[in-house]
Design a protein. Structure first.
Length: 454
């Protein structure tokens, strides 16, 4: 019984939160009593909590399977193209063909995500990607057609990622979304560090075409897991799924017309692209340091080694308010260490700077949460495609620019300039404090979950 006469359940945020979380299948409604305190504070969700959500668990398994397939496909296609043509240019084109579709996703297909049920988009996306890979297995497939199929598969993948991200807030609530996003980001980083090495070892035992056949199987498995493990939800937009290009451009205009969303996008794009672009100089930088080929792998993997603990610390152990207050410090902390490279330090110092930059990139967790909260009604999936595909596009541009710069100056100078530009761009995007959520007021002492006040 309530100790306050006349109180209803809705008068207690803690009870209301618990009721909503039980209804949504969210298990983190339990409260803890701090030592020496007479009041209870609702704890935030953990990685174990979100994985106990059956639908998220299915989505996460499909995510892991898709990552394995994507990485294996990239390695197999690169080897296949190089074995067939012997051309480093065409091999690089095969890799670039996976980035270029983000332009098409942003300008043409982004509206699809909100016009169709997300579960259907994810299943169709897996099936479409499998259909793109199947012809690659056929012997005698022209190299140009191979690149076209890689491009098509990448376009579908961009839409698939938007559908997957758009459903997370409904499955997990705002704070659960942060944990779920963090877990998926960690999986990507671990997959990139370990996956490329495993893919290379696998190709010692099987042919590239066999590896592509395994890739097809991973897409099929992902589709089955989503079909069986997730509920069908209505589309987020009431508009019919026609006039996709027109609605995509209109949605882009609506999102980009809002100054706060523009700044949040710039905050997630510019510093990250500048800080991560030096990875493209790993080979020439290792040669400059006289460190050999082992250093190439270390330079490429160092940021990911920082991202994993950074995402865990910021996503799991900090409240929304603390995450958001740290955004300016982490934004600068991601890019500023790269400026140290201008003095041409030894390899251990370079690796330490890259690890710190990777760890500080966790500020995007807070920026992304506020961005999602402020997206217009019916444009959540669209906005997530714009953010994700736009980041990959900006990263591709940054990689090209830093590569051009390294043709003129030493690689460590180019990397230091990239870090400086990232600091300047980040500070510009921080104007007006767009990263502060309206609900994260000074009195907020614990993460709040969606529905807690309703």
């Amino acid at each position: 019984m309530c100790r306050h006469a006349g109180c209803q359940q809705g008068d207690h945020p803690e009870r209301a939160a618990a009721s909503v979380h039980r209804a949504q299948g969210l298990p983190w409604h339990r409260a803890v009593r701090p030592a020496g305190s007479g009041s209870r504070v609702t704890r935030g969700p953990t990685y174990g909590d979100v994985l106990r959500n059956g639908e998220f668990r299915a989505l996460f398994v499909a995510h892991v399977v898709s990552i394995a397939g994507d990485i294996l496909s990239k390695v197999a296609v690169a080897v296949l193209v190089y074995d067939r043509t012997g051309s480093p240019l065409l091999t690089a084109a095969a890799t670039a063909a996976g980035f270029l579709p983000n332009v098409l996703a942003i300008t043409t297909f982004a509206a699809i995500v909100d016009s169709l049920p997300p579960r259907r988009v994810m299943i169709l996306g897996d099936c479409a990607r499998a259909c793109c890979v199947v012809p690659m297995i056929l012997p005698g497939m022209p190299t140009v057609m191979l690149l076209v199929l890689v491009f098509c598969s990448g376009t579908v993948a961009a839409v698939f990622r938007g559908a997957r991200q758009s459903v997370l807030p409904d499955l997990l609530g705002p704070e659960g979304y942060v944990i779920g996003r963090s877990l998926m980001s960690i999986t990507v980083q671990v997959g990139q560090v370990a996956g490329f090495g495993f893919g290379g070892l696998l190709l010692l035992a099987v042919t590239p075409r066999t590896a592509l056949a395994i890739d097809v199987a991973t897409f099929a498995l992902s589709a089955v897991v989503v079909a069986l493990g997730m509920k069908s939800r209505p589309a987020m937009s009431v508009e019919r799924p026609n006039g996709t290009v027109r609605r995509t451009w209109r949605g882009n205009r609506v999102i980009l017309a809002r100054p706060r969303l523009r700044r949040l996008l710039a905050l997630q794009w510019v510093p990250v692209a500048c800080a991560m672009s030096p990875g493209a100089l790993a080979a020439p930088y290792a040669e400059h340091l006289g460190a050999g080929t082992v250093a190439v792998g270390l330079l490429m993997g160092a940021p990911a080694c920082g991202m994993v603990p950074g995402d865990i610390l910021v996503g799991r152990f900090l409240s929304s308010r603390r995450r958001q207050r740290l955004v300016p410090w982490l934004t600068v902390g991601m890019c500023l260490p790269l400026c140290v490279l201008v003095v041409d330090p030894p390899l251990p110092v370079v690796l330490a700077a890259l690890v710190v930059a990777g760890a500080a990139s966790a500020y995007t967790i807070a920026a992304d949460q506020v961005y999602v909260e402020n997206l217009p009604e019916g444009l959540r999936g669209h906005g997530m495609i714009l953010a994700g595909a736009g980041l990959m596009l900006i990263q591709g541009v940054a990689i090209g620019l830093i590569g051009m710069a390294a043709q003129i100056v030493e690689p460590q100078i180019a990397a230091a300039v990239a870090g400086l530009l990232g600091c300047v761009g980040g500070l510009a995007a921080l104007r007006g404090r767009p990263y502060l959520s309206e609900s994260a007021g000074p009195a907020s002492t614990a993460p709040r979950l969606r529905g807690a006040d309703r």
